[in-house]
Design a binder for this molecule. Structure first.
Ligand code: BTN
Length: 251
C-alpha cells in the first residue's frame, strides 16, 4: 500500500493485483472491481468466513479475493466454490502437500485441521468474488486460542514453504487455468478429479437452515451441480445444496 492508502497495482499471471497492507476484508474491497482483478492484504481486521463467522487474518497468511467472470446463467456457476478449491489443491499438491483434502463444500484440510477456506460471494450477476484464506506463516491460535488444534499452516507442513508472493502467483495462474477449463468443458468434466479430493464415506453431522435437529449420515460425494450427497443412517439418500447447509462437521 502506498503512503496515501491506495493499493500497489501489478499485472500478475493475467490478473490486475491490488496489494494492500491492511484492509477490513479483501472480499469487500473486491466487490466493485471488474473481472480479472484480485485484491490481497497482509492483514484483515474484519475478515469474514462463511455463515457470518469471523475469519482470523493475522500477518503471515494469504488473504486474497479474486473477481472471476461468470458468463451465462448463474446456476452454471453454482459449483465455482468447489472448483476454486480444486485449483488451490492442485497448487498445494504441486508444492508437495499430498495429504491435503477437501471437506464439502470447500474447506481444505490436512487430517482434521483446517489449512484454507473460501468465501464465494456474488455482488454482480456477471462475476463472482472468490475469497481465499490460507494459513501460511501466521498464528491464528495466538489470536484466538480456541483455534488451537483445529487449524494448521503451510509452514507446519513443508520444510521450505513458498513465500507469500510465490504462492499467490501460482494460485492466480491455476485459477485462470481452471476457469478456462470450466468454460471449455463445463462442470461435468470435473467429476473424475473431484472424486479424488474427498474422503468418501466419512461420518458427518449437518445443521440445516431452519431445522433444529441435526442430520447424521455418511458423505457420498457431490452431484454435477456440486450439491452434497449423503446417506442418512436410516439408509435414505439425500442431496443438499450449498444454501441449505449451515454447518457440516465430521466425527
Ligand atoms: C470459511 O472457511 O469460512 C471461509 C474463509 C474465507 C476467508 C477469506 S480471507 C480473504 C477473503 N476476505 C474475507 O473477508 N474472507 C475471505
Amino acid at each position: 500500500m502506498k503512503p496515501d492508502g491506495s493499493a500497489v497495482l501489478n499485472e500478475v499471471a493475467g490478473w490486475t493485483l491490488h496489494q494492500h497492507i491492511e484492509l477490513a476484508s479483501t472480499n469487500d474491497s473486491a466487490r466493485s472491481l471488474p473481472a480479472w482483478h484480485a485484491v490481497c492484504a497482509r492483514r484483515q481486521h474484519a475478515g469474514r468466513g462463511r455463515e457470518q463467522r469471523v475469519w482470523i487474518s493475522d500477518e503471515g497468511g494469504l488473504w486474497l479475493s479474486l473477481v472471476v467472470p461468470t458468463p451465462g446463467p448463474a446456476q452454471d456457476w453454482q459449483a465455482l466454490p468447489l472448483l476454486a478449491a480444486v485449483a488451490v489443491l492442485r497448487v498445494l499438491k504441486s508444492l508437495g502437500v499430498d495429504q491435503a483434502r477437501l471437506r464439502w463444500p470447500n474447506d481444505i484440510l490436512v487430517g482434521d485441521r483446517k489449512l484454507a477456506g473460501f468465501l464465494v460471494e456474488r455482488f454482480h450477476p456477471d462475476r463472482a468474488v472468490v475469497g481465499l484464506g490460507l494459513n501460511l506463516f501466521n498464528h491464528p491460535e495466538q489470536v484466538q486460542p480456541a483455534l488451537a488444534g483445529l487449524t494448521l499452516r503451510l509452514a507446519d507442513l513443508l520444510p521450505q514453504p513458498p513465500c507469500r508472493e510465490e504462492l499467490l502467483e501460482k494460485i492466480l495462474q491455476e485459477m485462470r487455468r481452471v476457469h478456462s477449463q470450466v468454460l471449455s468443458s463445463g462442470f461435468a468434466a470435473w467429476m473424475g478429479e473431484l472424486e479424488g479430493v474427498w474422503q468418501i464415506n466419512r461420518s458427518i453431522r449437518l445443521i440445516l437452515h431452519g431445522e433444529n435437529e441435526p442430520l447424521e449420515g455418511y458423505f457420498l460425494g457431490v452431484n454435477e451441480q456440486g450439491d452434497l450427497r449423503i446417506q442418512e443412517k436410516s439408509g435414505e439418500l439425500r442431496t443438499l445444496s450449498f444454501s441449505k447447509v449451515h454447518l457440516l462437521t465430521e466425527h
